[in-house]
Design a binder for this molecule. Structure first.
Ligand code: 1GP
Length: 253
């Protein structure tokens, strides 16, 4: 419960948390130390590690470098059961609630659960909900599942509530890494007002205002990945963190 409590504490004290996703394939190991210490100085609250498909990146080595260079938590964001490693602090135990592919709803979890116990990783039960975001995303393709249509927020609400009633700790509204369009604000608003568990929002967020708008709509954790893979944008990490931490949820004002 250590990392779950850390996130809840951030949400309670700051109103929301900002997690940065590192895709090991896209991050060169010699850049990672500088990148993660810059992230910590800029106000990032933690790191997610993983991807729908890992080709070459050495995730274990990269996580070790993160642990040596920051005090921030590393949470696995696994595309499959092969992406669990004891070097992380926790794992988002994701069930793909928007899909009807049994492997991603429960099958892979059965394989991963004993490994997670053996590694003494903290599992954080999360309902993962893919939202249509323009072009087809890697997450959609790799999971063999259709996303929820972006103009059908009521389906997202029903799906998120089902996750909450199944006992999940978070709902992750995911447009997909590098998505053309982020999760619609109206959908975030409806899901966060219906649910009493924190809503994570990510995918296709490329500017601080879009991140702040998701917070104002009720998101409690914002995830960005792609945008900061290009070193020329690192100077904007603090701008994103400030926008996320200073935005207020307008649905409770
Ligand atoms: C993807 O939500 C995350 O799983 C982050 O998406 O890479 O588009 O920021 P981006």
């Amino acid at each position: 419960m250590k990392i779950h409590n850390y996130l809840l504490d951030k949400i309670t004290k700051q109103g929301q948390a900002y997690l940065l996703l590192i895709d090991p394939d896209k991050m060169a190991s010699d850049r990672i130390a500088g990148f993660v210490s810059h992230c910590q100085k800029s106000g990032v609250d933690g790191f997610l590690f993983g991807g729908s498909l890992l080709m070459n990146g050495d995730m274990e080595d990269q996580i070790k470098i993160v642990k040596q260079n920051t005090t921030l938590p590393v949470i696995l964001f696994p595309g499959s059961e092969t992406q669990v490693t004891p070097h992380a602090d926790a794992v988002l135990f994701l069930s793909l609630l928007s899909g009807r592919n049994a492997e991603h709803l429960i099958g892979k979890h059965v394989i991963a659960a004993p490994l997670i116990r053996k590694m003494q990783l903290e599992p954080i039960s999360t309902g993962y909900v893919l939202i249509e975001s323009g072009k087809r995303t890697t997450a959609e393709y790799m999971s063999g599942s259709a996303p929820i249509p972006r103009h059908k927020p009521e389906i997202a609400v029903a799906t998120a509530l089902a996750g909450e009633y199944l006992g999940m700790k978070y709902i992750y509204l995911e447009a997909g890494s590098g998505a053309e369009l982020p999760v619609p604000v109206e959908m975030i608003k409806m899901v966060s007002s219906a649910c009493s568990i924190p809503i994570i929002v990510g995918g296709g967020i490329r500017d601080a205002e879009t991140a702040a708008a998701a917070v104002r709509a009720g998101a409690k954790i914002i995830v960005t990945g792609n945008f900061f893979e290009d070193e020329s944008s690192w100077g904007k990490i603090a701008e994103f963190a400030d926008a996320i931490h200073s935005a207020k949820n307008q649905s409770i004002l």
